[in-house]
Write a protein that binds this ligand. Structure first.
Ligand code: FES
Ligand code: MG
Length: 571
């Protein structure tokens, strides 16, 4: 009998062995599948309510072929799937819940290795966080982006063009008929957002961490080579089990540093920071907000994709994909970091790093933008930090002093933003409170507040906006996000009043509320925490245990890992 952990179920000779095998046999599995071969769990985030992942059962079928071929026994199981577009109040509220689902489903079942099928934004970090807390050999098959959007002769990008079209509707530049037509032009195949939004960012993160086969991130969902990738990943995970190549051997500090640098070069989403921090917390790699700035902010932008640039994921794939980026960054990366292939990045990309379109992927020496990574701001308005993505911001606004126009909640914002009487002009700083992890709860993607209609009509395209929320990776603008500590727990953001002056200095990494310290102390003394309306269910657990954004917004009791050991039987 084998020494794999599944033998603790299927290898038993007693009553328990009967129970563990017999019920599985109702699916028609022959006896020899229980002979001690590696059992591979295929953790599937398939759901028709997560449109970006709706094709993953086909991908699972391809993984199974590979697993069988390599002599393994594949078993597919579903976990909670988080779709960015439908789930209210925000998919982020449930990332930690899904991670618990992944963790316990993996640990409690007879699997020796795991394939994570991911796609839409949160399905990647949630499964990685859960799997990392068990630490079995694990490989990720990212579901892949949709084909490029095409609308009236132009390329349109998921998300990115939603924000633009919504503004165009407000100002009458677009008709309701065209607006409706654009919906199907944007989302015209299986797959996730094909801009460099959070889903594409997460796929690049996975590959940079070494958690997928090389070249996986950019393959479109409907390209036949996505199934080839799934098939090969199925073969590979069986070998990984035999080699005992656990996640913790791949997710070293070097891997995280690689991911941070690659994220800067591809113009990845600000959500990357929160998710990578949470994953690091599970494997015990000590990652701080400052690390993202120190390691990433001086890395140049190489990839010309929306929202920072002009192309889309399909173009990225045809240009050569992430191996080209990794090659361009080779002097900045730990090229000797081990990946799921059992080989290093340097070995993986040897024959696959030719760039086929220099307008999509720029060379390191002549980048699209010289310094592109996410900047971490500090100051009295964000004692534990806030973030901004300079490549998506307006250069002229990166140093700015303006009068605060404050919205206490998202409802307050919606009620007043288009009021012609609102006292606001383009030099003002829009401030949104109570959209942090505790405040919303779940830290929604509302930080890129649309500008007031009267300013859009004037032709204003960007303003400084500050909140404790997040923004979609597909969004753009001079938007300061993730302010920590958040307003709902009494961070300085809670004390901002209309008419205060705020100073943003991205080069100086400073976010300052220009109000005398004594005045702030007085305001603080009068500030009262709103009582949470969440007194039962998951939301009540969430508001009591969620960490602040700078700590990855994981639950305090989930950081760390418990391993794969379960000593008690089910009966
Ligand atoms: Fe699923 Fe964008 S909505 S990836
Ligand atoms: Mg998103």
């Amino acid at each position: 009998m084998s020494t794999f952990r599944s033998a603790d179920w299927f290898g038993k000779k007693d009553k328990m062995g009967f129970i563990y095998r017999s019920w599985m046999k109702n699916q028609g599995f022959p006896e020899d599948l229980f002979d001690g071969r590696p059992v591979i769990g295929i953790c599937n985030t398939w759901s028709e309510l997560t449109p970006c992942n709706a094709h993953l059962r086909d991908i699972a079928a391809a993984v199974k072929r590979g697993v069988y071929e390599a002599g393994g026994f594949p078993v597919e199981f579903p976990i909670m799937s988080l779709g960015e577009t439908l789930l209210k109040p925000t998919a982020m509220l449930f990332r930690n819940l899904a991670s618990m689902d992944a963790e316990e489903s993996i640990r409690g079942n007879p699997v020796d290795g795991v394939v994570l099928l991911t796609g839409c934004d949160k399905t990647t970090p949630s499964t990685l966080m859960g799997a990392a807390s068990v630490d079995l050999p694990t490989i990720v098959v990212p579901g892949g982006p949709m084909l490029n959007g095409r609308f009236q002769g132009q390329q349109i990008g998921s998300g990115t063009h939603v924000w633009k079209f919504a503004d165009d509707m407000k100002t009458g530049k677009m008709t309701p008929k065209d607006y409706l037509f654009a919906e199907s032009c944007m989302s015209r195949s299986a797959g996730h957002c094909m801009t460099m939004g959070t889903a594409s960012t997460m796929a690049c993160m996975v590959e940079a961490l070494g958690m997928s086969l090389s070249g996986a991130a950019a393959i479109p969902a409907v390209d036949s080579r996505k199934k080839v990738l799934a098939h090969l990943s199925g073969r590979r995970i069986v070998e990984m089990v035999k080699e005992d190549l656990k996640m913790s051997k791949i997710l070293t500090r070097a891997a995280f540093e690689n991911a941070i640098r690659v994220n800067a070069a591809v113009g990845g989403s600000t959500n990357f920071i929160i998710h990578l921090t949470a994953i690091a917390g599970r494997v015990g790699v000590d990652l701080h907000l400052e690390d993202f700035d120190r390691l990433g902010s001086h890395v140049p932008l190489l990839l010309n994709l929306m929202p920072s640039g002009k192309y889309l994921m399909e173009d990225f794939y045809y240009a050569g994909g992430l191996p080209v980026i990794i090659n361009e960054l080779r002097d900045q990366l730990h090229m000797d970091a081990i990946t799921v292939t059992g080989k290093t990045h340097a070995e993986n990309i040897q024959d696959t790093c030719t760039c086929y379109n220099a307008d999509v992927i720029y060379p390191y020496k002549q980048p699209l933008i010289a310094e592109a990574g996410i900047a971490v701001l500090k100051g009295n308005l964000a004692e534990n930090g806030a973030v901004i993505k300079p490549s998506a911001a307006t250069p002229a606004l990166m140093q700015h002093r303006g009068r605060a126009v404050v919205f206490e909640t998202i409802e307050d914002y919606h009620a007043r933003i288009d009021d012609p009487a609102l006292d606001i002009d383009e030099t003002c700083v829009m401030v949104l409170k109570n959209v942090g992890p505790v405040g919303y709860p779940g830290m929604p993607e509302v930080g890129n507040m649309a500008l007031p209609k009267k300013l859009l009509d004037k032709g204003v395209t960007d303003m400084v906006r500050i909140s404790d929320g997040r923004m979609s990776g597909t969004a753009y603008g001079t938007v300061v996000l993730h302010v920590s500590p958040e307003s709902a727990i009494g961070g300085t953001l809670a004390l901002v009043e209309n008419g205060d002056f705020i100073e943003l200095d991205v080069a100086g990494r400073r976010l300052h509320l220009d109000v005398p310290e004594q005045e702030l102390q007085q305001r603080k003394a009068c500030w009262q925490q709103t009582e949470t309306p969440y007194d039962r269910g998951y939301a009540s657990l969430y508001v009591r245990h969620v960490l602040q954004a700078d700590k990855g917004a994981d639950f305090d009791f989930l950081t760390g890992h418990s391993g794969a050991e379960v000593s008690r039987d089910s009966h």
